[in-house]
Design a protein around this ligand. Sequence first.
Ligand code: B1M
Length: 209
Amino acid sequence: MSKIEEVKSNVEAGKTKLIQGLVREALDEGYAAGDILQAMIDAMGTVGDKFSAGTIFVPEMLIAAKAMSLGVGVLKPHMAETSSVSLGTCIIGTVQGDLHDIGKNLVTMMLESAGFTMIDLGVDVSPEKFIQAVKDNENVKLVACSGLLSTTMPALQSTVAALKESGLTGFKTMVGGAPVTQEFADKIGADAYAPDAGSAAVKAKKLVA
Ligand code: B1M
């Protein structure tokens, strides 16, 4: 088994004690950080499939997520080419009712390296908390909302609506997450949608230009 396959299978198996060492070894063997990250994303896809099939349960998903987060921590300095350009502040969070944060954290990492000052509100963020963060921070150019559950898609809608109705100006909204589509983003009046963290950074830069 190649080192990158080992990374994938150890994320799947939630080997939190081993994963950081394996990611370091994969980097030392010359694997690109982006390829190692993709292997871990693929592992989470497999974890999701097993959960859907009923062969694993929430605790296994949680421990796999923990392993992935540890692995991403090792990759971070190798991924982020920090831009010297300042693009303003971005408020980011996973919407109310939703506890998934790995995708949101990857988007945070990519936007930070693109030049945004990131204010990460975490998970289960209410529309009011997003609004308060826009008020509390200077030069907010973007509010980025992540949602991973079909049951929290309405929370994306209510968050975008609340931001628009708040009367606050000067920023755009972006939504994303596995169940989100461009069509849904258009329907709820978000300014942008991105399918993954890389394209989120590209779109965010264009949005605030
Ligand atoms: Co949950 N979960 N989960 N889970 N979980 C999914 C999402 C699910 C698809 C699994 C499945 O059934 N196959 C399913 C949702 C089904 C649906 O709604 N359609 C599901 C479910 C049902 C649940 C619970 C309801 C299970 C239960 O309790 N019975 C529960 C809900 C809890 C809650 O949130 N209230 C639950 C809980 C959990 C854990 C807490 C155990 C854990 C999360 C831990 C954590 O995040 N710290 C977890 C996990 C790990 C998953 C899976 C396996 C992996 C998610 C992940 O991290 N993927 C997931 C299955 C899957 O995704 N196939 C699943 C890797 C990550 C890099 O991808 O987050 O999609 P993703 O991010 C991508 C893009 O979506 C995009 O960029 C990233 C890649 O570059 N993106 C954005 C994300 N946000 C963006 C924002 C943007 C732009 C792009 O702009 C703002």
